[in-house]
Design a protein around this ligand. Structure first.
Ligand SMILES: O=P(O)(O)OC[C@H]1O[C@H](OP(=O)(O)OP(=O)(O)O)[C@H](O)[C@@H]1O
Ligand SMILES: Nc1nc2[nH]cnc2c(=O)[nH]1
Ligand SMILES: [Mg+2]
Length: 174
């Protein structure tokens, strides 16, 4: 992390892993298959913003209708790594999880350093934590995930991408 503090996390990552909507939908369904045996779940807690999309897909597949959010913002490069909880779990969801998160499913799109996951796990220690993608540093914090990518990979989600012209390979494109 501290090796090139002037670079963004994305620039430091080096390798790109772009994910299409189709691929993301498939991976969310595969995640749900794995979660089937870990449930049943009384509610889903999505970690915003990235967790909202997989939470919607998983909720649809599992038939869960109660969905709450934990809203976390990570600071810009001046305070890199610092996280701020903008909204915690609601009282109703805390009650559903008996105060510890039992029977709740936490969903996020990915775990990277594990800082976000650690923060939410501390709020709901007995909840089941699921992400679609995982990097090695954060992996121990996740109960269920689908695809692991290397720590130096940056995952591009479909909601951050757009169609653009690709130059032919013979013109020097990698
Ligand atoms: O394991 P970590 O190093 O904590 O990183 C993982 C978090 O980073 C991304 O969220 P981000 O903070 O970029 O915000 P967003 O979900 O609003 O895009 C991602 O959606 C995870 O929540
Ligand atoms: N989009 C995206 N956000 C992240 N936040 C932390 N790691 C990542 C990543 O690989 N991709
Ligand atoms: Mg996020």
């Amino acid at each position: 992390m501290a090796e090139h503090p002037e670079l963004s996390a994305q620039e430091r990552a080096g390798k790109a892993f772009p994910v299409s909507w189709d691929q993301f939908h498939r991976d969310c369904r595969a995640l749900t298959w794995r979660l089937n045996s870990a449930g049943p779940f009384n509610a889903i807690v999505a970690i915003t913003r990235g967790g909202l999309v997989p939470a919607a897909i998983v909720a649809r597949e599992l038939g869960v209708r109660v969905i709450d959010t934990v809203c976390i913002a990570s600071y810009d490069h001046n305070k890199r790594g610092e996280l701020q909880v903008l909204k915690g779990v609601s009282d109703a969801t805390t009650k559903l999880g008996n105060g510890t998160g039992k029977g709740l499913l936490i969903v996020d799109d990915l775990v990277d350093t594990g800082k976000t996951a650690r923060m939410v796990r501390d709020m709901l220690p007995d909840a089941h934590f699921a992400t679609v993608y995982a990097k090695p540093m954060g992996r121990p914090l996740v109960d269920t995930f689908i695809t692991e990518v290397s720590q130096d990979t940056w995952i591009f989600f479909p909601w951050d991408l757009g169609l653009s012209f690709q130059p032919p390979m013979r013109d020097g494109a990698a």
